[in-house]
Design a protein around this ligand. Structure first.
Ligand code: GRF
Length: 197
């Protein structure tokens, strides 16, 4: 499968996906909206093509996404992997890549969607949170769930220590989820993502 990884920041999940050396994918391009994203350096180090399109130069989300679609078209992508991409994608983009976009969220969805999921979990006082990899639909963090993993919140945890634990789990399960998709082992039936029999 030809894959694009979308990242806006540090790109530790991008790094984990690169390091996992998944045999069923080729990372054809790393896309970012942020010209200062460290993810760009990570991609370059591994000779992966980079496309940088700053959203600030566009008047509307739709205009921006139409341009991304044009730029990505020649890459003939089978899968878009959102890894810390800090822009919400509208129906324009989601429809262009229907059922071909995945995201990783630092909580056990449907709990704590949106931003600052770690802080939300701490403030709520839950004892367990975690990580969710899911397909992207037209809502925010609402698509069918591929994999989840639990992280325990201990009394001494701060937002930073919790995010560190969450990151560790993310780096393990994102490559695993991508492998499941790219090897054709799973299918989506309604909201459920199940192993093909
Ligand atoms: C991750 O925690 C992910 O769950 C969230 O954004 C963060 C990206 O981190 N969507 P990194 O850039 O991969 O280090």
């Amino acid at each position: 499968m030809r894959v694009a990884v979308f990242a806006s920041g540090s790109g530790t999940n991008l790094q984990a996906i690169i390091d996992a050396d998944i045999q069923t994918i080729e990372i054809a391009v790393v896309f970012t909206n942020n010209p200062d994203a460290y993810a760009i350096e990570r991609a370059k180090k591994h000779n992966i093509q980079v496309e940088i399109i700053d959203h600030k130069n566009y008047k509307t989300r739709e205009e921006y996404e139409k341009h991304i679609i044009e730029v990505l078209d020649p890459y003939k992508l089978n899968l878009i992997v959102l890894a810390g991409f800090m822009r919400i994608l509208s129906t324009v983009f989601v429809r262009a890549y229907k059922n071909k976009i995945v995201n990783i969220h630092p909580a056990l969805l449907p709990s704590f969607p949106g931003i600052n999921a770690g802080r939300q979990a701490l403030e709520y006082g839950v004892k367990y949170t975690g990580v969710t990899v899911h397909f992207v639909d037209e809502g925010v963090d609402t698509g069918p769930i591929i994999l989840q993993s639990v992280v325990e919140i201990e009394d001494e945890d701060t937002e930073d220590t919790l995010l560190e634990k969450i990151h560790e789990v993310e780096h393990r399960i994102y490559p695993k989820a991508i492998e499941l998709i790219s090897s054709g082992e799973i299918e989506v039936i309604g909201r459920r993502v199940i192993k093909k029999s």
